[in-house]
Design a protein around this ligand. Sequence first.
Ligand SMILES: Cc1cc2nc3c(=O)[nH]c(=O)nc-3n(C[C@H](O)[C@H](O)[C@H](O)COP(=O)(O)O)c2cc1C
Length: 216
Amino acid sequence: MNIENLERLIRGRRSVRQWKRDEVPDELLKKAVELATWAPNGGNYQGWRFIIVKKKEMVEKMASAVQAVADKIASWPEAMSWKEDVKRYQNNASFFRNASACIGVFASEYQSPMDKVLVARESFDREAKEILGFRRSAPTAIQSAAAAVTTMLLVFHGMGLGAVWLVSPIQAKKEIEAILKVPSNMNLICLVAVGYPDESVRRDRKPVEQVLEFVY
Ligand SMILES: Cc1cc2nc3c(=O)[nH]c(=O)nc-3n(C[C@H](O)[C@H](O)[C@H](O)COP(=O)(O)O)c2cc1C
């Protein structure tokens, strides 16, 4: 692949939230997950797990659980301070029920050798505790899962599918992990909803000069 094709793939991918009813073949879903596992990841630990849910009732259950938590948050008096924004979030909480498939992305905790040293010292060494805090502010397991999800979204786009990365379902982490019978050492990172796109989306980006700085 030349760089122009790669650029077209990257620039052309958009989050898709409306899908046709057509089923996505298992082989495409499996291929996307397989390629996602080629993403860079901390220590090549590969502590990620993926559950592809095609069973409609199960996606419905997850969506209803997420909607219930969103409704609860929106009903609390504090929500009145951000009424319009909260309403928007509430209205968008469970659209993924219409996706052809929903992929749960999970990660187990990753402890590098440095983490192990720091954890052993944190109770009596303030400096070690501070450094551990820095490391925990950007967890390797989550960054690794994010690399996999990014790769997966690009693959889906390359396959002519439309997908969206969903972190808001984390609000119903307990319920989703129970529905999918996830082992207790695995944590839900996000869902990816996917199907054949039924919308074409345009979205811009800030000019790179606004977000980039060179240091010579
Ligand atoms: C970490 C992360 C979390 C996201 N969570 C949600 C979400 O909960 N619900 C949603 O509709 N979109 C979610 N998105 C999709 C973003 O809204 C989307 O990527 C962004 O608006 C840019 O649009 P684009 O993906 O079409 O370029 C998430 C994206 C990322 C990277």
